[in-house]
Design a protein around this ligand. Structure first.
Ligand code: IMP
Ligand code: ZN
Length: 351
């Protein structure tokens, strides 16, 4: 797997590397199950109870998924990315495992890295982590979110908050249920700040999502939606999602002219995930990346990682892609990069 962010970082001089590491940044687009550190996932595999009746289908799925993640995933098309999650989900299907994974993700982003002798600054000073509440025999959706929140709330409120993801596969009733639980938790003073729409980009009918988005707005929850992630997303899909008036947009790679005008008029912020787009092959190279258009038009942007487990990236690497000289990066000045880091903090949901 090509490591765009690491190559960009390696090309920088030591002053620029130190500058990027020290820059205060926010991570606003990170999916919990897509960001579990590999060592934590391997731990979760070891902790799985041994089956007495031989290897199950689930064991095989986990072994295959883990082997792919350990080797570094090479994706030919974006849909292959979504095939990785069933294996990860099999390992985070109890409240205890989920808490362990959440704690590891929070530490990865918010705690200084490395040995005590040579500690690196934390990846970011503020994290909005998102996750899709799943229900199974072990936990309800509310218990899922409670487990995640219990870990998040061990950090102070100025450090992290939760965005509850809904998935394009959900029907209206399930989506409404997720938003209702998010609203209830927020009402009870828990650290929930927003709702996300994610999942396989072309599944579902956007009209069906609108009642849930309306409930989110009425409950004081901000909205971010993955939008126009592929060329197969129709203009109608895009305009319907924009009609819900999201504050932020994930990817927004293939917005048509009318949509771009609306985004500019409403000053919706865009969550930019450079490595994710390059590795899922929705964008050919940095020169062709839509970040260039939005930089030119002065839209608020937030530079984000998306799924660090799959893409093997980190936030410093994503900023290195801004700063490294072309073709490894965009060649932006320190001032521009600082401005982008400040923007990411400015567009957080929790102010
Ligand atoms: P979770 O919500 O914590 O379970 O994180 C994993 C989920 O995030 C996946 O099942 C996908 O639905 C979603 N996801 C992660 N990255 C992307 C993306 O780039 N586009 C759309 N959905 C995504
Ligand atoms: Zn995403």
């Amino acid at each position: 797997m090509k490591d765009y962010a690491a190559e960009a970082f390696a090309s920088l001089n030591s002053d620029d590397k130190a500058f990027l590491k020290a820059l205060p940044k926010a991570e606003l687009h990170a999916h919990l199950n897509g960001c579990i550190p590999l060592s934590c996932l391997q731990d979760l595999v070891r902790q799985r109870p041994v089956q007495t009746s031989g290897t199950t289908e689930s064991d095989e799925k986990i072994a295959k998924g883990l082997a792919m993640l350990e080797q570094g995933v090479v994706l030919e098309e974006i849909h292959e990315f979504f095939d990785l999650f069933p294996a990860i989900y099999a390992l985070t299907s109890t409240p205890a495992a989920l808490r362990q994974a959440t704690a590891a993700v929070l530490a990865q982003f918010l705690q200084p890295q490395g040995d005590s002798g040579e500690q690196e600054p934390a990846q970011c000073i503020y994290l909005e982590l998102r996750t899709t509440p799943r229900e199974n025999a072990e936990m309800s959706r509310e218990q899922y979110l409670d487990a995640v929140l219990c870990e998040m709330e061990t950090y102070s409120a100025d450090k992290c908050a939760l965005i509850v993801s809904t998935d394009r596969r959900m029907d209206t009733t399930t989506m409404m249920e997720c938003v209702s639980i998010a609203a209830k938790l927020k009402g009870a003073g828990r650290r929930v700040v927003g709702i996300d729409l994610c999942g396989t980009p072309t599944i579902g009918n956007a009209e069906d999502f609108l009642p849930a988005f309306k409930l989110a707005e009425e409950s004081g929850l901000k909205l971010t939606v993955h939008i126009a992630e592929t060329t197969a997303n129709t203009e109608q899909d895009v305009m319907t999602l924009l009609s819900a008036n999201p504050s932020r947009l994930g990817h927004a790679t293939f917005l048509h002219k009318e949509a771009r005008e609306l985004v500019l008029e409403k000053k919706m912020a865009i969550e930019i995930c450079l490595s994710s787009n390059l590795l899922c092959k929705t964008v050919d190279d940095l020169k062709a990346h839509h970040i260039n258009y939005w930089l030119e038009h002065g839209l608020p942007l937030a530079i984000c990682t998306d799924d660090t487990l799959v893409f093997r990236n980190d936030l410093v690497g994503e900023y290195a892609l801004l700063m490294a000289a072309p073709p490894l990066g965009l060649g932006l000045s320190r001032d521009k990069v600082s401005l982008l880091a400040k923007m990411s903090l400015d567009v957080r949901f929790e102010q």
